[in-house]
Design a protein around this ligand. Structure first.
Ligand code: 13P
Ligand code: SF4
Length: 310
C-alpha cells in the first residue's frame, strides 16, 4: 500500500494495524517527547535522547522503529547493530545536526590536536565517528566534567556548550557556532513576561535556549527532566521548550498546572512523523536505517563512552 492509501484509513484502523505488526514482527516503537500526540499514543516508550538511546541499547525486540529525527534513529542503530532499525520518514532530519559535517570537525581536530571532541548526540553518525565522547542535554555537564582540565571542542549547539562552560567555569572550551531554530525562538523577553505574570511559577528551560534565557531560568533540563519535574511537583511550572512535550503532560499527568514560554515553538522536523507513516513503516518496512560498519563502530565508541559516564 502507498502512503495515500494509508492516509485514507481511519485512526482506529491505523492503530489496529500498528499493534498487529508490532506483535508479528517483535518490534518496539520508541518515540521522542516532541512527537505528535497520535504518534506518541502508538509508541511503546517515550523519552528524551538519552533515555531512548539507553532503551535501544538494551531492548530484546528484533526491530526498533524510531519516531523522532534521523540522528536519533541512527543512534539506535549504532547501539543495536544486530537489530533492524526503521524511521517512518527518512526526511525527518535535525537542522542542528545537519550544521556540522565530518570534514570541518576533522579540520578543527587538526588545528587543536590536544582537544577532546565532545559532540551533542544531535550530530550525524559521521561526526560521531570522529568524536571522542558524545553527550545529551541530560548529561552534558557530567560528560565535560569527566575530562577534567583537558581542553575541549564542543559541538554543534553553542547554547548548550555555553551553559556547560559557565556552569563548570571551564575556560578552555571551543564552542561550535550552531543552534536549534526552535529553541532560538525562546527569548529573554518571553521569560520576563512569564515571570511578571506568574511570579510564583517555576520556570524550566531546555539548554538549547539562548544562554540569556538559560541563566534567568529556575532550572535547566532535558525534555524528560522537565516531564519528571512536573510529575513530581505540584506548583505551577512554565516550560521553555518545543510544545510537543505538552501532549505527553496533558495525557499522562493532566492534573498539573503547566504553561509554555513560547507556545508556537514547534519542531516541524519532528512533526514529519505521522500515524499513517508509522503504520506503513511497520507493515512495509519504510525506511530502514543503514550505516557503514566502519562509521557505526567508531560512532559507537563515542556513544558508549557517554553511557558509561552517565
Ligand atoms: P532531549 O534529549 O532533551 O529530549 O532533546 C532533544 C532535542 O532534540 C531537543 O531539541
Ligand atoms: Fe533538532 Fe531543534 Fe528539532 Fe531538537 S527541536 S530535533 S534540536 S531542530
Amino acid at each position: 500500500m502507498n502512503l495515500k492509501e494509508y492516509s485514507e484509513l481511519s485512526r482506529d484502523e491505523l492503530i489496529e494495524r500498528i499493534s498487529r505488526a508490532k506483535k508479528e514482527k517483535n518490534a518496539v516503537v520508541l518515540g521522542h517527547n516532541y512527537q505528535r500526540d497520535e504518534v506518541q499514543r502508538a509508541c511503546d516508550i517515550l523519552g528524551d535522547s538519552l533515555g531512548l538511546s539507553r532503551y535501544a541499547a538494551s531492548t530484546d525486540a528484533d526491530i526498533i522503529v524510531f519516531c523522532g529525527v534521523m540522528f536519533m534513529a541512527e543512534t539506535a542503530k549504532i547501539l543495536a547493530p544486530q537489530k533492524r532499525v526503521f524511521i517512518p520518514e527518512k526526511g525527518a532530519g535535525c537542522p542542528l545536526a545537519a550544521g556540522a559535517n565530518m570534514e570541518d570537525v576533522l579540520k578543527l581536530k587538526e588545528k587543536y590536536p590536544d582537544h577532546i571532541v565532545i559532540s551533542y548526540v544531535n550530530t550525524t553518525a559521521e561526526v560521531k565517528a570522529v568524536t571522542d565522547i558524545c553527550c545529551t542535554s541530560g548529561n552534558a555537564i557530567e560528560v565535560v566534567r569527566s575530562v577534567g582540565e583537558k581542553p575541549v571542542i564542543f559541538l554543534p549547539d553553542e547554547n548548550l556548550g555555553m551553559w556547560v562552560k559557565k556552569t563548570l567555569g571551564k575556560q578552555n572550551m571551543i564552542l561550535w557556532e550552531g543552534g536549534c531554530y526552535v529553541h532560538q525562538m525562546i527569548r529573554l523577553e518571553h521569560l520576563e513576561a512569564a515571570r511578571a505574570k506568574y511570579p510564583e511559577a517555576t520556570i524550566i528551560v531546555h539548554p538549547e535556549c539562548p544562554y540569556l534565557v538559560v541563566s534567568a531560568a529556575d532550572m535547566v533540563g532535558s525534555t524528560s527532566a522537565m516531564f519528571n519535574y512536573v510529575k513530581e511537583h505540584d506548583e505551577h511550572v512554565i516550560l521553555g521548550t518545543e510544545i510537543g512535550l505538552i501532549e505527553r503532560i496533558i495525557r499522562e499527568i493532566p492534573d498539573k498546572k503547566v504553561d509554555w514560554l513560547k507556545p508556537d515553538a514547534v519542531c516541524f522536523n519532528m512533526k514529519q512523523i505521522t500515524l499513517p507513516k508509522l503504520a506503513r513503516c511497520l507493515e512495509e518496512g519504510f525506511y530502514e536505517v543503514e550505516l557503514e560498519e566502519e562509521i557505526r563502530a567508531a560512532a559507537g565508541g563515542a556513544i558508549r563512552r557517554m553511557i558509561e559516564i552517565g
